[in-house]
Design a protein around this ligand. Structure first.
Ligand code: AMP
Ligand code: MG
Length: 347
């Protein structure tokens, strides 16, 4: 319900609750929009599109999500990623597309100095996030796991992917962003000029709302699911958020979330509690970088924004109650009125 609320809010209330809520698994029309809600890639996904081509765009996007999940899922035994994970240390032939996604993941690992690392898979499993049987691994276990995490041992050559001995991969930090890029191209191909998708916190907006105003994408308050730290007013843009509040378990009063620091094999404690990356044209990059910057923390994250040469903006929420907005997006960011957060534009 919260997610549906967030989605409605993000859509600027353009969709009626009835129209959206009834869309589970199917397509429905509301207020001139075609909408679909589905559960895929372990998350709730909402898609909407207006105008001619909307129905085609949604139908093709749903099929695309299923197709990508069948290739990239770690938990589906028939996926290409599962084939790679069943053969650690060996060359595995996959589709050109899976190879390309892994290649992109390795690129963002290099750019982020290993903060983003798809060989994090055994760590994610050891903490129970793949099975929901949550546990805290022992210090000895963590030390053993750390040795398995090293993206430089993965190589892609043509359609062949080879991992290092004992390694496995997890594309959970990048697959939804890649899916959003694919959906963006399907929307454009179908001629959709207005629409919005949210793949569990991975938002892409197409054009403007039918009334000509910008889409309003809410950034959730990490401390309160019913509140927001602010709103982004966007058109033709990706806004992808990683937050420790999105998936976690609690033990002895402490919260353990799903974004792992490859250097500790434990949930990242960087001082950032939410990271949103915004770009006009690259959902895959936004997804990889949101995860990476969450691990890197404010200082290294801002250095990446300044020095990497990659074109993106960020909204960072710190555990100390600050909201940092990089200058390229500041004119499109609307603070939440009455919020206790301290807002700062970073230049
Ligand atoms: P996101 O929500 O995009 O930040 O992705 C989080 C998901 O990515 C987790 O559920 C894991 O599947 C995976 N993951 C966790 N830590 C990392 C990491 N340091 N690098 C790459 N993927 C990660
Ligand atoms: Mg990500």
């Amino acid at each position: 319900m919260r997610r549906i609320f967030a989605w409605l809010f993000a859509a600027g209330m353009a969709l009626s609750l009835a129209g959206c809520a009834s869309g589970a698994g199917g397509t429905s029309a509301s207020a001139g929009a075609q909408t679909t809600q589905l559960f895929a890639m372990d998350t709730v996904m909402n898609l909407s599109a207006y105008g001619s081509g909307a129905k085609t765009a949604l139908k093709n996007s749903e099929a695309e999500i299923t197709r990508l999940e069948d290739l990239l899922s770690r938990t589906k035994s028939t996926s290409e990623v599962s084939a790679i994970n069943r053969n650690p240390g060996r060359a595995v032939k996959v589709s050109a597309e899976t190879a390309a996604v892994i290649q992109k993941a390795l690129h963002y690992s290099a750019v982020t100095n290993g903060a983003f690392d798809i060989t994090i898979a055994p760590v994610v499993s050891a903490w129970g996030f793949t099975t929901s049987k949550y546990q805290i691994p022992s210090a000895a276990e963590l030390a053993g796991l750390m040795k398995k995490v090293d993206y430089t041992k993965v190589s892609v050559s043509g359609n062949t992917v080879t991992t290092g001995p004992g390694q496995s991969i997890d594309l959970g930090g990048i697959a939804k962003g890649y899916a959003s890029d694919r959906i963006a191209s399907l929307y454009k191909k179908a001629g959709v000029t207005s629409g919005m998708i949210s793949l569990g916190g991975n938002v892409w907006v197409r054009g403007k709302k039918p009334d000509g105003s910008n889409w309003r994408v809410a950034i959730q308050d990490p401390h309160d699911a019913d509140k927001y730290v602010g709103i982004l007013k966007l058109s033709d843009a990706f806004a992808i958020t990683s937050g420790g509040y999105q998936r976690y378990f609690e033990k002895n009063g402490k919260r353990y979330h799903h974004i792992m620091d490859p250097s500790t094999a434990a949930p990242a404690e960087s001082g950032l509690i939410s990271v949103t990356i915004v770009s006009s044209d690259n959902g895959t990059m936004c997804d990889a970088l949101s995860t990476a910057v969450f691990v890197m923390g404010e200082k290294k994250g801002l250095a990446l924004w300044r020095n990497s040469g990659l074109d993106f903006d960020m909204i960072l929420v710190t555990s100390g109650g600050k909201v940092l907005i990089t200058k390229g997006i500041s004119s499109r960011f609307e603070k939440e009125t009455g919020s206790a957060y301290e807002y700062e534009v970073v230049r």
